[in-house]
Design a protein around this ligand. Structure first.
Ligand SMILES: *[C@@H]1O[C@H](CO)[C@@H](O)[C@H](O)[C@H]1NC(C)=O
Ligand SMILES: *[C@@H]1O[C@H](CO)[C@@H](O)[C@H](O)[C@H]1NC(C)=O
Ligand SMILES: *[C@@H]1O[C@H](CO)[C@@H](O)[C@H](O)[C@H]1NC(C)=O
Ligand SMILES: *[C@@H]1O[C@H](CO)[C@@H](O)[C@H](O)[C@H]1NC(C)=O
Ligand SMILES: *[C@@H]1O[C@H](CO)[C@@H](O)[C@H](O)[C@H]1NC(C)=O
Ligand SMILES: *[C@@H]1O[C@H](CO)[C@@H](O)[C@H](O)[C@H]1NC(C)=O
Ligand SMILES: *[C@@H]1O[C@H](CO)[C@@H](O)[C@H](O)[C@H]1NC(C)=O
Ligand SMILES: *[C@@H]1O[C@H](CO)[C@@H](O)[C@H](O)[C@H]1NC(C)=O
Length: 463
């Protein structure tokens, strides 16, 4: 276990005492490896760095201000420089800050020194690691499932990617329609969610975990669990309740206490929005959005496989079972209908499509992007007959790519066909968002994606 885990659990008063003790001692503190200091405004502003073949020294500003007169950090790995500063000397390197954090990695054959200028300006943390820098901004953003007026489903970035184990001949057994829930990994990455109204303008502050943890995160986490949505890996899933309707929120996720991902943005629906969130369906693992059902019986606040009506799941599982039976009349794994795809790819694509069309995704006319693919026809919903008909809610149409992907992945004899963009496809699908409508050039559509990090969703991807 890292010392960093322990320091993050010290009560605030103890941190203050430690801070005061560091200042009072007037001697240089040695920074231990795999350790993060409490938030400091140190005096004297010098720290001893231990010997190490490769150390990453990272710093993070902890104050929620846009102050430009921030501390500067200088590190030396030379035994002859006692007080590294902006004055420079042998082997003195500035740790340049970007969005309130920065790091320097190098060799410390005889240890080193970290010097801070403007140290009294604002509190900061220092971390020393003999691996990757402890403080970092990560590139993979969190993921929004969907929102209602007062709730949001959010996911951490993925960890532990899972490569599907496809069956091989002579035992070509495809997965059951009703998939079982895979075993949760034993050492999951620790993620923490921070959500604030976008009006708080946190993006102009240092993008650091210590700054984020000082915020009052909006809403209440009603459920936090691990979920394997797709092969990109496991994610922490949060069901957040108690939000305010028609409000823009900014969400960050902190990994392992110090690494920041995000922000992403989302807008809650208007108060008249009456659909409910669903997620954690083993047979449709990527579905996590608002569907046209009234709120589940209290105390539950969202749907999952335990409380979703059987009238919805039974036909879906029956269709997928029947489809799999037809598919395996082909000599899967022994004969090949394509050099690129297999029966397992076909079943996966069909599952994604079936889930997308079986669970209508609700949209809110008041908050949906103007260009979204909404069901305009007042005809009853032909695909999802277990749900109320389309005129009591606004439906976001499935992206046509869920259909074309299935068409491409499955053998012709199954007769799976998609409507053509030139004809009536736009009545039942979102066309031209991800791929271009006319010639289907991949990624060539108007948005190139079904959603963005601002919470806009143009069509329902089944993902
Ligand atoms: C300090 O680090 C720099 C950059 O990595 C390196 O070139 C230099 O040799 C190091 N100095 C010592 C004394 O190891
Ligand atoms: C065939 O594969 C399935 C699923 O992978 C497995 O459950 C079953 O035990 C295998 N049967 C044989 C005879 O190996
Ligand atoms: C958090 O809420 C408390 C009580 O409402 C308030 O005093 C404090 O200033 C808030 N902190 C931040 C960072 O907004
Ligand atoms: C959270 O959701 C999971 C999976 O649906 C469930 O097993 C667990 O009981 C829920 N926890 C709470 C506190 O509701
Ligand atoms: C939410 O943010 C978007 C994009 O910045 C803006 O266009 C919209 O007016 C905001 N909506 C509300 C209700 O604040
Ligand atoms: C996860 O990180 C948070 C934030 O630093 C911390 O409070 C929590 O104790 C950590 N959880 C585990 C299981 O380590
Ligand atoms: C799917 O499998 C689970 C667990 O094996 C079971 O409890 C559930 O009833 C099944 N669902 C359907 C619709 O068959
Ligand atoms: C699946 O096949 C069975 C038997 O042929 C049939 O009774 C059932 O209606 C089919 N299910 C669906 C959803 O078409």
């Amino acid at each position: 276990m890292f010392l960093t885990d322990r320091i993050s659990m010290l009560p605030a008063t103890l941190l203050l005492l430690l801070n005061a003790a560091l200042a009072a001692a007037q001697t240089r503190t040695t920074l231990p490896i795999d350790w993060v200091t409490p938030e400091l405004t140190p005096n004297p502003p010098f720290f001893t760095i231990p010997t190490g073949s490769q150390l990453a020294i990272s710093v993070a500003l902890c104050s929620a201000t846009t102050d430009t007169n921030v501390p500067r950090f200088f590190v030396t790995n030379s035994s002859s420089t006692a007080s590294p500063s902006s004055g420079g000397s042998d082997d003195v390197f500035e740790i340049t800050l970007s969005q309130g954090q920065g790091s320097w990695t190098g060799t410390f054959p005889s240890g080193g020194v970290l010097g801070v200028e403007n140290a009294g300006q604002m509190p900061f943390q220092i971390g020393v690691s003999n691996d990757v820098p402890i403080h970092q901004i990560l590139n993979t953003p969190p993921l929004l499932g969907d929102t209602t007026a007062t709730q949001a489903l959010l996911f951490s970035p993925p960890f532990s990617p899972q490569t599907p184990q496809d069956p091989i001949y002579p035992n070509y057994t495809l997965p059951e329609a009703n998939l079982s829930v895979p075993t949760v990994p034993s050492n999951p990455t620790n993620y923490t969610l921070v959500v604030v109204p976008t009006a708080n303008a946190l993006t102009s502050m240092p993008q650091t975990a210590c700054m984020l943890f000082a915020q009052n995160s909006s809403g209440t986490i009603t459920n936090e669990s691990l979920w394997l949505r797709d092969s990109s890996g496991w994610r922490t899933e949060w069901l957040l309740t108690g939000l305010t309707d028609k409000t823009n929120y900014t969400a960050y996720v902190v990994e392992s206490s110090y690494k920041v991902t995000g922000p992403i943005y989302f807008l809650t629906k208007s108060s008249s929005f009456s659909c409910s969130l669903v997620s954690q369906l083993p047979y449709c693992p990527s579905i996590s959005y608002a569907i046209p059902l009234p709120a589940p019986p209290p105390p539950q606040v969202a749907y999952n496989s335990a409380n979703l009506p059987d009238s919805i799941t039974a036909p879906l599982i029956s269709s997928l079972t029947n489809f799999t039976t037809s598919l395996t009349t082909f000599a899967c794994g022994r004969d090949f209908y394509s050099p690129l795809v297999t029966c397992a790819d076909c079943q996966r694509a069909y599952r994604t499509w079936l889930c997308a069309v079986s669970f209508p995704q609700c949209a809110d006319l008041n908050t949906a992007p103007a260009a979204a693919a909404l069901l305009t026809s007042q005809a009853p919903n032909a695909r999802a007959t277990a749900f109320p008909s389309g005129d009591s809610y606004t439906q976001l149409l499935p992206c046509i790519e869920t259909c074309t992907a299935t068409d491409r992945a499955c053998p012709n004899f199954l007769g799976f066909k998609c409507p053509l963009p030139q004809f009536n496809a736009a009545q039942s699908y979102g066309v031209g968002y991800i791929d271009s409508g006319a010639d289907g050039v991949q990624g060539g559509g108007s948005t190139g994606a079904w959603s963005d990090t601002y919470g806009n969703v143009w069509c329902s991807s089944g993902q």
